[in-house]
Design a binder for this molecule. Structure first.
Ligand code: SAH
Ligand code: SF4
Length: 362
């Protein structure tokens, strides 16, 4: 049920991979461009104010600029580094977008999840992923390329514009491994967190990683209090190695130390993502290992529903087993949430963001 994006016609980046993005110009370059178009000097600041607002996706929205200048800019430049190519709407209200990067036509996916008038956005940090986790759809197709900070931030902009809602939180849980694209991820976090009317508090910006320890340590030392989530999925080394082969070089004992250090430095509680998989990580020894990993530390466990992959032997644990895992963790004093799956009918849920371009039936 892919449908045309309602705002696609107005997005200036449509089919715009030949056109450069005005948002990527430096102050000096922007001043030169406006000077060449005959605009007065004070227009530079006006344009910059518009460009700082990611929801501004068309030159027409820049209402204090003369129409001729808006048209001249629109002819020469795009505004966003990404444009919505297709949208799927879930019956629960969430929307999954296929977005196209203006620079080279790369596709990635992002999701908008509204709840009581507020909007949470899930963004991709890479097109594809090199990590190859056994349970994850993104990992199946390998890595195409990392995204730029602007491409990450502009996903928030297009989703915000499509919903017309205030964005209250952003999770970096779409395609890709954020810590394999650390600099762009950090830059994107900082743009989203920059003071202004659309600022998003650091605590409402969450980065999820498969556990790249040197980057977790680096992240712990950043001055902002961004939220960290870890794809844990097993606290038994052999099981985790099988499920997440790319991070076998970052063993659980060292991961545990790095997370303790994160909690100690930031006073923030890391979230552990754990998708119970029948007969794999939901057995008694597995659950006891998880309890040992968590107990006495600052953390919050999110039990997430495993989205099944076509042709995969990995199946989600039955609901009763998931509740029993939660009960066991809580008895040990470990705060645990069973996360309600959303957007399942549009494959927008975690781990299902995958490039499937044939016929845009993504
Ligand atoms: N690469 C990062 C962020 C993207 S994955 C990471 O691994 O953390 C975002 C979330 O989706 C992670 O918590 C990941 O463990 C989870 N995920 C991946 N495949 C899934 C699946 N099939 N079902 C449920 N969650 C999945
Ligand atoms: Fe990559 Fe995260 Fe998927 Fe693993 S779970 S393959 S790290 S996107």
């Amino acid at each position: 049920m892919a449908n045309e994006n309602p705002s696609g016609g107005t997005g200036s980046a449509q089919g715009a991979h030949m056109v450069s993005n005005l948002r990527e110009l430096s102050h000096e370059e922007l001043a030169d461009v406006l000077g060449e178009l005959g605009a007065q000097a004070f227009r530079v600041k006006q344009v910059e104010e518009w460009l700082a607002r990611p929801e501004v996706q068309s030159f027409d929205a820049m209402t204090n600029l003369p129409k001729a200048l808006r048209e001249a800019l629109a002819e020469r430049y795009s505004l966003s580094s990404v444009a919505i190519a297709a949208t799927r709407v879930s019956k629960d209200g969430s929307r999954k977008y296929l977005v196209k990067c203006a620079s080279d036509g790369t596709y990635v996916e992002c999701v908008g999840l509204p709840s009581s008038g507020r909007l949470s956005v899930c963004v991709s940090t890479q097109a594809g992923c090199a990590m190859g986790c056994a349970f994850c759809a993104t990992g199946r197709s390998g890595l195409s390329r990392s995204l730029t900070a602007r491409e990450i931030v502009d996903q928030v902009g297009v989703v915000r514009a499509d919903f017309g809602l205030r964005v209250s939180s952003v999770v970096f849980m779409g395609q890709g491994e954020p810590f394999a694209n650390y600099d762009a991820t950090l830059a994107a976090l900082r743009i989203l967190n920059a003071p202004g009317p659309k600022t998003i508090g650091a605590r409402h910006l969450t980065v999820s990683t498969c556990g790249i320890i040197p980057r977790i340590r680096q992240f712990s030392k950043e001055p902002e209090q961004f939220t960290l989530a870890i794809s844990l999925h097993s606290a038994v080394q052999a099981t985790r190695n099988a499920l997440m082969p790319a991070v076998r070089k970052y063993p659980l004992t060292r991961l545990h130390e790095a997370l303790q250090d994160y909690a100690w430095r930031t006073h923030r509680r890391p979230t552990y993502e754990f998708a119970p998989i029948e007969g794999v990580n939901d057995t008694t020894p597995e659950v006891e290992a998880l309890v040992d990993f968590c107990v006495g530390t600052l953390c919050h466990v999110n039990l997430i529903h495993l989205n099944e992959l076509e042709g995969s032997p990995l199946k989600p644990s039955p609901a009763a087993r998931v509740r029993a895992i939660q009960a066991r963790l809580e008895r040990a004093g470990v705060e645990t949430t069973i996360r309600e799956p959303r957007g399942q009918d549009i494959e927008a849920a975690c781990g299902q963001l995958r490039q499937r371009l044939e016929g845009m039936g993504f």
